[in-house]
Design a protein. Sequence first.
Length: 249
Amino acid sequence: MGDKILETIGLTVQFGGFKAISDLNFSVNQGELRVILGPNGAGKTTLMDLITGKTKPTSGRILYDNHEISGMEPYQTAKLGIGRKFQNPHVFDNMTVMENIEVAFRGFDRVFQALFYQKKADIKDRIEHILSTIGLKSKADRMAANLSHGERQWLEIGMLLAQDPKLIILDEPTAGMTAEETYKTGELILTVFKDRSVIVVEHDMAFVRQISNIVTVLHQGKFLAEGPLAEIEQNAKVQEVYLKEDAHA
Ligand SMILES: Nc1ncnc2c1ncn2[C@@H]1O[C@H](COP(=O)(O)OP(=O)(O)OP(=O)(O)O)[C@@H](O)[C@H]1O
């Protein structure tokens, strides 16, 4: 596999007679931040569901870090180090910000859970470090329910960091954010996930411009184009797909 963290080969999933992902060959290198673009219904979320095991492929392979993971359950891919942040934050409202990060540490691994109390000082330092990274140190004791939408998203990014995944999947991390929150999220992603393998599904083009390196465009479950954003924006096939999409809107 060389330095690929993820590779799909002929990946296909069929719902009834409809192929939501069709014969897709796609790969992400170690340490790369890859953005996935595509009009509504292109199959972006389905691809992320396939990688994490939420959806099982009809055919084809998914290789992750030298493991064949197609057909695995989400808890298995999580154990192997694939971490996902959903569009709507999955934080525990009835817990404080600090407790949410603590739970993310504890829940990840049973061995770690057993060691948790012995290593409390060490864990505390790591939790504090994560809280300052996501800019929520001063709100550590606040209930998660009382955070703003942007802060809840950052808290979930902190929970991902606590799990220390090898491959991070971010599903529209700026959905519902103000322009300022979106920019701050871009900065956060560029700093905290630097040198990590990250896949970001996103629509906000200003945000994509801020963070992007290589962009992969999907259309109707198929690979359409791939390259630096500036190149992709000039791509005739991509322009056609997005223009058609606008015409239907
Ligand atoms: N469980 C399912 N059963 C039937 N059809 C599905 C299922 N999941 C997804 N689809 C269909 O597969 C296609 C791809 O959906 P998907 O959500 O992956 O697209 P997307 O690129 O993430 O779109 P959006 O940008 O709107 O989120 C859509 O036509 C959707 O209706």
